[in-house]
Design a protein around this ligand. Structure first.
Ligand SMILES: [Zn+2]
Length: 321
């Protein structure tokens, strides 16, 4: 039996309050502003706007769902990166008075906008189900940085989401929100941005400095700020051990110089955002342990692009990583 009517649902308010307690007040706007989808077997299309891209499956033409409640929902990891090692994943379980339930799992942004929908047909009560989001929105573009949450709704109903079982609420067993970022900060450890000589554009004998030096102890792990394809991995007299990555879905290349040892990455290999790429070192033309980091515009590193000042980007990534 499907829920009918669009009147006020007392359980909705309670579940919002409970979720907020767990997630913090920043989510308030998101949950309250979430538009009620016109869910009649198809994608949510509030206000006649185009349906969000589907991340998987198609709606059931004769969508049916029982009286569905969420009994568990866990999102992991809570912080994710575009093209990252781990995609944001929702594992959930329902209770229902029907053996098969046609559900839709939406990825909802902070302003209530649905950026992706997954259609899950014939979901059985008491059986774990999961969806994984690749971080893309319409046109395959990376989603904007920030917080998102998964939302489970019946395909045939008029409610924006299914209710949360009281027991799951009490146990704080519901976690639907997560964040996703386009880039990760590349140094996993203490670091500082050095003095004027560390800056992009600083004078060097015979040339100017093409990147930003970030001081960190030798041996500090480094990760790919943005995954993609390895454009170069090797040794050069001035750069020492270094690696260059062509960032997936960007025009940017990122370069990491003076690594302690040769990077484990090989040219041509695919690398994910956040994947280990080596250790901070001082190889090549270097007088102290540090990462020399470069960003090159399209079409890339020594292929017609040019290096740009990476400091603003690094500081931005540093704040949320
Ligand atoms: Zn440098």
């Amino acid at each position: 039996m499907a829920r009918s009517g669009s009147g006020a649902k007392p359980w909705l308010g309670k579940s919002i309050a409970a979720t907020l307690a767990a997630l913090g007040a920043t989510l308030l706007a998101c949950l309250l502003a979430a538009p009620a989808p016109a869910a009649t077997g198809g994608a949510a299309s509030p206000g006649g706007s185009p349906a969000p891209p589907t991340g998987g499956g198609a709606p059931d033409e004769n969508a049916e769902a029982g009286d569905v409640r969420l009994t568990a929902a866990k999102t992991s990891p809570r912080k994710t990166f575009y093209y990252g090692i781990q995609r944001p994943r929702l594992r959930y379980e329902i209770a229902s008075d029907e053996p098969a339930n046609d559900l839709r799992v939406d990825v909802v942004g902070l302003n209530g906008e649905v950026v992706k929908s997954f259609y899950r047909n014939d979901v059985a009560p008491g059986t774990p189900d999961s969806v994984r989001w690749d971080g893309t929105v319409a046109g395959g573009k990376p989603a904007r940085n920030g917080r998102y949450s998964f939302r489970v709704a019946p395909q045939d109903g008029d409610s924006a989401s299914v209710s949360v079982a009281p027991r799951a609420r009490k146990q704080s067993g519901i976690g639907l929100s997560f964040s996703i970022y386009a880039f990760a900060f590349p140094i996993l450890g203490a670091h500082d941005y050095g003095q004027g000589g560390a800056r992009f554009g600083a004078g060097r004998s015979g040339h100017t400095h093409q990147g930003q030096d970030v001081m960190a102890r030798c041996g500090t792990p480094l990760i790919a700020a943005r995954g993609g394809r390895v454009r170069f991995s090797g040794y050069q007299g001035a750069a020492g051990n270094y690696v260059v990555i062509d960032g997936r879905g960007t025009g940017f290349d990122t370069a990491y110089l003076h690594l302690l040892r040769p990077s484990p990455l090989k040219k041509g290999q695919t690398v994910r955002t956040g994947q280990p790429i080596g250790l901070v070192g001082s190889t090549g033309s270097s007088t102290a342990c540090h990462l020399h980091f470069e960003i090159w515009t399209a079409p890339g590193w020594y292929e017609g692009g040019s290096p740009i000042d990476p400091l603003g980007y690094l500081k931005k990534w540093d704040r949320y990583s």
